[in-house]
Design a binder for this molecule. Structure first.
Ligand code: NAD
Length: 485
């Protein structure tokens, strides 16, 4: 594998051209596997955001805005093929930047390619309706782009989140300004290069890395932005929604979660077990839809905990490029937060049912936390209520369907849930009673499901991305009523 990054990482992409940001300042990117300096990135400012929004508007008024939906779709398909061809390089970049094991990075790159394929194919299949109206009229609806769309993405799944938001926005003919996370943005920059190579017109996609409170805040406040898509924490989501309110523009918020998997006593445990554990430790637990709460019906509680514990003890933790089961967390800060939760668990006497072992010889400045399974935990405990964003799962016993649903719905979040039962009636009943955006029955797709609309209720956010549904969010409906007599 290449040791160096094959492009200049210190640039912003504005109007089809790479250049240093207006300030000329840079920010360090740290490799979380060993704490070494990985690269410098541009510290984008409000001036760069201004220029990016102007370039996006110019693209809408120019070459990009003139393309037909089919032509936009073809460009996205071309870009999809380029991304798929570059999957290995993208996976390595993501491994070094995010600390994600290479196979998980590769899966993300292929998911990005698939999003572009899905939205490329869908671009010319979104259409309006004709409406029976008054005599002498023809009334119809048009689906039009919002205009310039702002996309603020986090560090945990940069490629997948770019795919689902930028992919859908471009398909509908918007011009995008993307602000990747300051902790990890190499694959966003690589994506910008691939987009230009695929022939995306100048200004259709602009990329301004930088700090959230600088470049991010400038993007959310910009009067030239017509729609915001934000994925990240609840705290910042509130700021983004307030900024959107000041400009009275629509905003999609994809925020955190405390997603449960409900395991009933009649479940096929052999089938459930891999999903119960993987959905907690994938990407070292730094997944918005991580199944961080496992709810188990009391007759099978001990068995499920014992079998999960066995899997935990077998987990291999190490540097991302070693491509094991679990890599480091994104940063020393995130590691300290998760260790704080483990200390709180210890202080309140929670039982550690299993903990993976950190192998000797891990880089001292790497951001590793041993995957930890806590059981039993009460539903009200802090660790069963707050998003930990690390490889920590709590197991909670329940007695019957009503109790399970009450616990599952008993947090401030509502993103995803899993239900494991062989009882067909219960599958439907429980799926309907769960307050969240997605329910998987007898499977669980943390982060997955390109075709499946995704998003939260309560503090997990609002609006839907992924699937065909996202195309409605990334377009504005116009009604035209023609009086012709
Ligand atoms: P974060 O909110 O700190 O940062 C996310 C993005 O917002 C970054 O690009 C950051 O630079 C930017 N930002 C920060 N302050 C800003 C401001 N004042 N104005 C505008 N932008 C600003 O979140 P994070 O710690 O990077 O990501 C973790 C969180 O994201 C978790 O809560 C996780 O659950 C959530 N998440 C949700 C989903 C989902 O689809 N629901 C997916 C991934 C992550």
């Amino acid at each position: 594998m290449a040791a160096t990054i094959p492009f200049d990482t210190t640039q912003v992409l504005i109007g089809g051209r790479w250049s240093p940001g207006a300030s000329g300042e840079t920010l360090p990117l740290i490799d979380p596997s060993d704490g070494s300096l990985l690269a410098q990135i541009a510290r984008g400012t409000a001036a760069d955001i201004d220029a990016a929004v102007a370039a996006a508007q110019a693209a809408l008024d120019g070459d990009w805005g003139r393309l037909t939906a089919a032509e936009r779709g073809r460009l996205l398909l071309k870009l999809s093929a380029r991304v798929a061809d570059a999957a290995d390089e993208l996976a390595e970049l993501e491994a070094r930047d995010v600390g994600k094991p290479v196979k998980q990075g590769r899966a993300d790159a292929l998911a990005l390619a698939r999003y572009l394929e899905f939205y490329g194919g869908a671009a010319d299949k979104v259409h309006g309706q004709t409406i029976p109206f008054a005599d002498g009229y023809t009334a119809l609806t048009l689906r039009e782009p919002h205009g310039v769309t702002g996309h603020i993405v986090p560090w945990n799944y940069p490629m997948q989140i770019i795919g689902r938001s930028v992919g859908a926005a471009l398909a509908m003919g918007n011009a995008c300004v993307l602000k990747p996370a300051e902790e990890a943005c190499l694959t966003a920059l690589a994506f910008g290069r691939l987009a230009l190579e695929a022939g995306l017109p100048a200004g259709a996609l602009n990329i301004v890395p930088g700090l959230g409170e600088e470049a991010g805040a400038a993007l959310t406040a910009h009067p030239g932005v017509a729609h915001l898509s934000f994925t990240g924490s609840v705290a910042v989501g509130r700021l983004v929604q307030a900024a959107a309110a000041r400009n009275t523009i629509p905003v999609t918020l994809e925020l955190g979660g405390k997603s449960p998997q409900l395991v009933f006593a009649d479940a096929d445990l052999d089938a459930a077990l891999p999903f119960l554990v993987n959905a907690g430790i994938q990407n070292a637990g730094q997944t918005c839809s991580a199944a961080s709460r496992i709810l188990v019906e009391r007759p099978v509680f001990d068995e499920v905990v014992a079998r999960m514990a066995e899997r935990y003890r077998a987990l291999r933790v190490g540097p991302a490029l070693d491509d094991l089961d679990v890599g480091p967390l994104i940063s020393a800060r995130q590691r300290d937060i998760v260790q704080g939760y483990l200390a709180a668990a210890h202080d309140s006497g929670l039982r550690i049912a299993a903990q993976a072992t950190l192998p000797p010889g891990l880089p001292e400045r790497g951001c590793y936390v041993p995957p930890t399974l806590l059981a039993p935990v009460t539903p009200e405990h802090r660790l069963a209520q707050e998003e930990i964003f690390g490889p920590v799962q709590v197991v909670i016993p329940f007695d019957g369907e009503d109790h399970a649903v009450a616990i599952a719905n008993g947090t401030n979040f509502g993103l995803v849930a899993g239900v494991w039962t062989r009882d067909g009636g219960r599958q439907f009943r429980v799926a309907k009673r769960l307050k969240c955006g997605q329910v998987f029955v007898n499977n669980y797709g943390a982060g997955g499901g390109i075709e499946l609309p995704f998003g939260g209720v309560k503090q997990s956010g609002h609006g839907r991305e992924k699937g065909f549904e996202a195309l409605y969010g990334f377009s504005a409906l116009k009604t035209v009523a023609i009086r012709h007599g």
